[in-house]
Design a protein around this ligand. Structure first.
Ligand code: HEC
Length: 278
């Protein structure tokens, strides 16, 4: 048989004693709950209150629970999250948002040959310097690249093919043979890696045009509104016919010259460089 716990017995006993003392709690509740909102403490409530007061002071509940061990009491009293951590914790969602944003690749803001070219050039900067100041490879800045390649077509062909193809083809001078300071002869400074697909390079012809435009205009200092106005409009402007033709596939390096008035053939095989101005 189940034993009724001591404290429950005491509680029911207390309730009984209170009930015998009159309907005090019920009446009291009625007084408070009067619709008028005012407490009508009429004379009829007085005996009830008196009865309640007279009721013996029976313990109303179970005996107080055994006090906790000090460590347990301390753990219970302690706030679960320290107040100073709220400042940090409340910014967690913002932090998560920023983290995800940081992982998302930035969208290309500048389009057209110069925008794309700046991105492609990160694969060239280890040898030529991020500002084209030179290193293992030649300098492009301060007009140096324009001295080697007065014509953009020769530079496109050279970057596509690289040093080995020129050396193998027996074409020594890839740029202007009358270059101020002396013609650049292949494999004198080192080996320029081939970039075009025909030689196992990773760049498309469109990317090669873009990076060459970057080298000439952004790094080399060619003036797109002066001496190089026509070249810029034909090859490196966002709406340049050569750029658009390579982009939509209506031309390749083998025939892109037909899209540009006065252009010479680019092609994908080594050809000696030329001196003619832009
Ligand atoms: C591993 C180093 C290296 C990398 C990477 C490299 N180059 Fe070169 N580059 C050279 C060297 C060395 C030469 C000189 C080649 C020679 O003497 O035959 C050169 C020459 C050139 C020239 C001729 C410059 C002149 O005035 O004679 C151009 C233009 C050029 N590189 C463009 C590029 C481009 C565009 C890229 C990236 C797509 C690139 N290079 C990546 C090493 C490099």
């Amino acid at each position: 048989m189940t034993e009724i716990p001591e404290h429950l017995l005491k509680r029911s006993k207390a309730a009984r004693v209170q009930a015998e003392g009159g309907a005090a709690p019920a009446e009291n509740a009625a007084a408070v709950a009067t619709p008028s909102g005012t407490s009508v403490a009429g004379p009829e409530t007085t005996p009830a209150v008196a009865a309640r007061a007279a009721a013996p002071a029976v313990p109303a509940g179970p005996p107080p629970p055994k006090p906790d061990l000090p460590v347990v009491a301390a753990a219970k009293a302690r706030k679960k999250i320290p107040f100073w951590a709220f400042a940090t914790l409340s910014t967690l969602p913002l932090w998560a948002f920023m983290y995800v944003r940081a992982l998302t690749p930035a969208t290309e803001k500048v389009s057209g040959p110069l925008g794309v070219g700046a991105t492609v050039f990160t694969g060239c900067s280890s040898c030529h310097g991020s500002a084209g100041e030179g290193g293992v490879g030649y300098q492009f800045s301060q007009g140096e690249v324009l001295k080697t390649f007065p014509r953009i077509e020769d530079q496109l062909r050279w970057v596509y093919s690289g040093s080995d193809a020129y050396a193998a083809a027996g074409v020594q001078i890839y740029g202007d043979p009358k270059r101020p300071g002396g013609a650049h002869i292949t494999k004198v400074k080192g080996v320029m890696p081939q970039q075009g697909a025909k030689y196992g390079g990773a760049l498309t012809e469109l990317q090669i045009l873009a990076v060459v435009c970057h080298e000439r205009y952004t790094l080399g200092g060619a003036d797109p509104t002066g001496t190089y106005l026509k070249e810029y409009d034909n090859w490196c402007a966002p709406d340049a016919p050569a750029w658009l033709a390579l982009q939509d596939g209506s031309a390749t390096f083998d025939n892109v010259d037909t899209k540009v008035p006065g252009a010479i053939k680019v092609g994908t095989v080594p050809v000696a460089g030329s001196s003619a101005g832009a």
